[in-house]
Design a protein around this ligand. Sequence first.
Ligand code: ZN
Length: 263
Amino acid sequence: MTESVTCQKCDAEIPAERFLDSDKVCPECGFHYPLTAHERRDLLIDDGTFDEFADDLYSVDFLEFPRYAERLETYRARTGLPSEMVTGTGAIGGCDVVLGVTDMHFIMGSMGSVLGEKIARCFEVGIERGLPVVIVSGSGAGARMDEGTVALMQMAKTSAAARKHADAGLLYISVVTNPTMGGTAASFVTLGHVIIAEPGAMIGFAGPRARAAIGEKMPPELQSAEALMANGMLDMVVPRAEMRATLLDLLYFVANKPPTTAL
Ligand SMILES: [Zn+2]
């Protein structure tokens, strides 16, 4: 029996193989499902060029927050990742870049001290090597409450790092995926020179649960990529299948030079 996936948006039954072939985009309704950090890296980066850095960083439970240590262990085992983000250098169509990718499958890709440090290192490596930075974000929870104020501080830290990179005259492309909420959306995610979202991505500060808690009613589509695009908050909405080609166009345009390897 062939395994299949039921689309959570349109209820279509999609054969598992077809779902993976379409890079986890529903072929019927176009809903974009989360990719793992490694799947995203493989989709964007030229084969064999990725050189990971900061892969020895992982979160610790420095506040002794209830169940945090246990949750970290669970997510490490489940994802095989030490933290919620993968960072490294690599090439996109022969253009060298620094790539950072958050992984929604690791505590919702929420931002703690490690994610903040990894983002900062992306910009620092970019400055050291004169490279553009591409960050692909997805964070259902924003700042990680298990790390308290230290998590919130990452908003300032990542913003300052992005500014230093920009001051060095280097390009930062922010790719936003579904969903990206809270402190990540309110810091490095929206500081890109070019901000690109996947179709249907929910992007905002207070998510539906936070709004419900304060009795605030708002149509959910107001936080969709398409609404943000219509209101001037995004530069592009690009389907997953066209993301690599779009990044290539931007990188070639800014680098003003032909690619160094075959596409
Ligand atoms: Zn669907």
